[in-house]
Design a protein around this ligand. Structure first.
Ligand SMILES: Cc1cc2nc3c(=O)[nH]c(=O)nc-3n(C[C@H](O)[C@H](O)[C@H](O)COP(=O)(O)O)c2cc1C
Length: 207
């Protein structure tokens, strides 16, 4: 069992990383391994809506880690996306990255459990969390929940380590992710497979 994690923050060891590390540690206690991919500080292009990915399954921009992440996600059993809160939303680079990871190439991600983890100094965490969940719920990915909306509070990693309820929320999230992965594995061994998908009906609100 392997869970892929993405830290959208430019800070490789900041508050978001601290939350993701807590999830990773707890997953490890269940025998689930994980990897944290760092978005880092390099510029990330936005989606051009060129639609080339519909044919190739990959983005036309090849140099900022999106395509490598697509391959990692295809191979993973679950996904955790971590984000700092910037003006009550995910940080811009992360949105640019995820728009391109998901747009028109998300079929292989269907039925992989996913969740978002957010950090904030003071406010806007739940709006950020809601925005990130949109990527999963439009792509047939079961959303893993916890005991609260998945947020930690702090301006520094030390602050986050003092957020006892936030850290407990991270551990519960990991427990639930591990449990769901095991349930899916057990179901598959009994012949319970993902549903057959209907042919997509796209109406664009017109007809
Ligand atoms: C551009 C910018 C906007 C921010 N907006 C918010 C905000 O809306 N609400 C908030 O509580 N913190 C906000 N913050 C603070 C960060 O979300 C917070 O410190 C976060 O935990 C940092 O995570 P990191 O260490 O992983 O980067 C903002 C920070 C930046 C740089």
């Amino acid at each position: 069992m392997h869970v892929l994690m993405l830290n959208g923050s430019p800070h490789p060891k900041g508050c978001t990383y601290t939350a993701l590390s807590c999830v990773a540690e707890q997953l490890g206690k269940h025998g689930v391994d994980s990897e944290i991919v760092q978005l880092g500080t390099k510029p990330v292009s936005g989606c051009l809506a060129c639609g080339k990915c519909f044919e190739s399954g990959y983005c036309v921009f090849k140099d900022d880690g999106v395509n490598a992440f697509i391959d990692k996600l295809k191979a993973a059993d679950g996904l955790v996306v971590g984000s700092p809160t910037y003006y009550a939303a995910p940080n811009g680079a992360l949105c640019a990255f995820l728009d391109r990871v998901f747009f028109m190439k998300s079929t292989p991600y269907a039925y992989k459990p996913a969740c978002a983890v957010v950090s904030c100094r003071r406010g806007g965490a739940s709006a950020n969390f809601d925005r990130l969940n949109k990527y999963f719920t439009i792509n047939r990915m079961p959303v893993v929940s916890s005991q609260y909306w998945n947020s930690v509070h702090g301006y520094t990693p030390d602050d986050v380590m003092k957020d006892a309820e936030g850290l407990q929320t991270m551990r519960t999230l990991a427990d639930n992710m591990a449990w769901l992965l095991r349930c899916i594995e057990a179901g598959a061994s009994q012949g319970i497979l993902p549903p057959v998908q209907e042919k997509w009906i796209g109406t664009n609100f017109i007809r």
